[in-house]
Design a protein around this ligand. Structure first.
Ligand SMILES: Cc1cc2nc3c(=O)[nH]c(=O)nc-3n(C[C@H](O)[C@H](O)[C@H](O)COP(=O)(O)OP(=O)(O)OC[C@H]3O[C@@H](n4cnc5c(N)ncnc54)[C@H](O)[C@@H]3O)c2cc1C
Length: 462
């Protein structure tokens, strides 16, 4: 290995290689202080350096794990002591904004929030948004095909990537920096690297689509008596707003109560007496406050909703989003198991009831908090079972994943598979689909050096 380190030294500057204590001093995750285990953390600044590193690693059968901001929630950036990490943190340059074409070209290590703020400063808007925005990197977002709060209107990360550059396991640089919305010239190669969790290549640069700046932002907090009202109002409000609905975030009573009860500091915008709540957001470019309020009043009069509070200021809007985003309250009862699944909207109500029934039957003293991007069929659970060991964790996973299968649901809506959901991939993907994934892996990374063991087992030809 010291030979390999010496060769890395010929590629990178002194700040580009971390070894020993400098590796251990780094936490594995933003929510977990355990030390990283790895032979070295390499911090390139250019695509050419990434290419040279991978070429060397491939020749030496050295496993490599790409690191973004380490905010992923499925253990897809976990390493073992023999791995080498390529961290994209120093590849953080904004290369160009095209205000006419409405694109931005960046290196993969740019934090999501920096990208959003850069677009805003140019009078434009990057719509993908998630709670980890300050820490996660755009390369990590693309590698996980992150979703977040505005998918219902602007799609997932995949829908906002126009072009990318990635380095294959053998060091080959694939530059596919398309800037057009339309480009059907053969295979769309960027898709190979979107949502594949660093198993097929290391993303080094990206071209992303921007939108016109949002000048009007309306937000409301709504309460419901039944789940039919939740789904009925989604259809109603989407139609009534004529295309500006940008978020429909549903909170079950358990989650709403948790994040509006001390030590949480959020104030409940509507009374805490109903089983379901939704944060509704409309983003546009024309002033439409009156239309938004009138729609809410009519929905209340028609019995489509049970209660509503419309934000009157930026402060109100921020307070409503703080309720939705206060996920750190989950840790109040010990480390939770966090789930991210999807299922057809019409099945969500009964599916959630089934999961809760199974949990209550087995562990009467469990805690389960439920919320989700319901417009996208995406539900999150944070579940804590007291004194849970590995076996209990597996049993909790079974309670959540098993009821998905009859409805064709997915064990991963937006977080990916990583190590955590690997054993459940077969709930949502057929043997033929998994076999094709393996063939792709084999053709791009035949030795299996890239992010080994993640998504599915792959015996490379080392
Ligand atoms: C508070 C909080 C809120 C969150 N909310 C959401 C949400 O609403 N929606 C959502 O989808 N996710 C959410 N997440 C999960 C997480 O933020 C996303 O998965 C994010 O996209 C990961 O980005 P990252 O830079 O942290 O990547 P990492 O965690 O560092 O890595 C994730 C995966 O991508 C690979 N990778 C990273 N960079 C590259 C690269 N340049 N090239 C190739 N592979 C790479 C890694 O090897 C790993 O497999 C949330 C997480 C937290 C902590």
């Amino acid at each position: 290995m010291s030979d390999l380190i010496q060769q890395f030294e010929s590629i990178l500057d002194a700040n580009g290689i971390l070894c020993g204590e400098e590796v251990c001093n780094r936490a594995v995750h933003v929510w977990d202080d355990s030390s990283i285990e790895a032979r070295a953390i390499l911090r390139p600044t250019t695509t050419a350096q990434v290419s040279a590193i991978l070429k060397l690693c491939n020749e030496a059968n050295q496993t490599v794990v790409p690191h973004g901001g380490r905010t992923g929630l499925v253990q897809s950036s976990i390493t073992v002591a023999n791995d080498v990490i390529i961290s994209l943190e120093r590849m953080n340059q904004i290369e160009e904004i095209d205000e006419v074409g409405r694109t931005i070209t960046v290196q993969a290590g740019v934090p999501l929030q920096v990208l959003q703020e850069t677009a805003e400063a140019a009078g434009l808007f990057f719509p993908v948004d998630l709670g980890a925005r300050g820490s996660c990197q755009i390369g990590g977002n693309v590698s996980t095909n992150a979703g977040g709060n505005r998918v219902i209107r602007f799609g997932m990360m995949r829908d906002n990537v126009l072009g990318l550059e990635a380095v294959l396991a053998d060091g080959t640089v694939v530059t596919s920096m398309n800037t057009m919305i339309k480009n059907n010239a053969g295979y769309d190669l960027k898709q190979l690297f979107i949502g594949t969790e660093g198993t097929l290549g290391v993303i080094t640069r990206l071209v992303l689509r921007l939108r016109e700046a949002i000048t009007e932002d309306e937000t409301a907090f709504v309460a419901f008596d039944t789940f039919d009202q939740v789904t009925g109002f989604l259809k109603y409000i989407d139609g009534a707003l004529g295309g500006t609905l940008s978020a429909y975030e549903v909170l079950w009573h358990d989650y709403y109560d948790l994040v509006t009860t001390s030590p949480a500091t959020n104030k409940p915008p509507v009374e805490k007496t109903r089983p379901y709540y939704a944060l509704v957001e409309s983003l546009g470019t024309v002033t439409d406050r009156e239309k938004f309020e009138a729609t809410m009043i009519k929905a209340l009069e028609d019995g489509l909703i049970a209660d509503a509070a419309v934000a009157q200021s930026g402060g109100d809007r921020a307070a409503m989003w703080a309720i939705r985003d206060d996920v750190e309250q989950f840790f109040r009862y010990g480390p939770p198991q966090i789930f991210d699944v999807s299922i057809a909207i019409r099945h969500i109500g009964e599916y959630v009831e089934e999961v809760k029934r199974r949990l209550a039957e087995r562990w009467p003293d469990h805690h389960c908090f439920t919320f989700g991007h319901i417009g996208d069929g995406n539900i999150h659970f944070a579940i804590t079972v007291p004194n849970a060991d590995h076996k209990v964790h597996r049993a909790v996973e079974d309670c959540v994943y098993e009821p998905l299968a009859p409805h064709g649901g997915s064990v991963s809506a937006e977080h990916g598979i990583g190590l955590e959901k690997k054993d459940y991939l077969t709930v949502s993907r057929s043997p033929t689909e998994i076999a094709l994934m393996r063939r792709l892996k084999h053709s791009l990374d035949p030795k299996g050096i890239l992010n080994p063991g993640k998504i599915f087992e792959f015996a490379g030809a080392m």
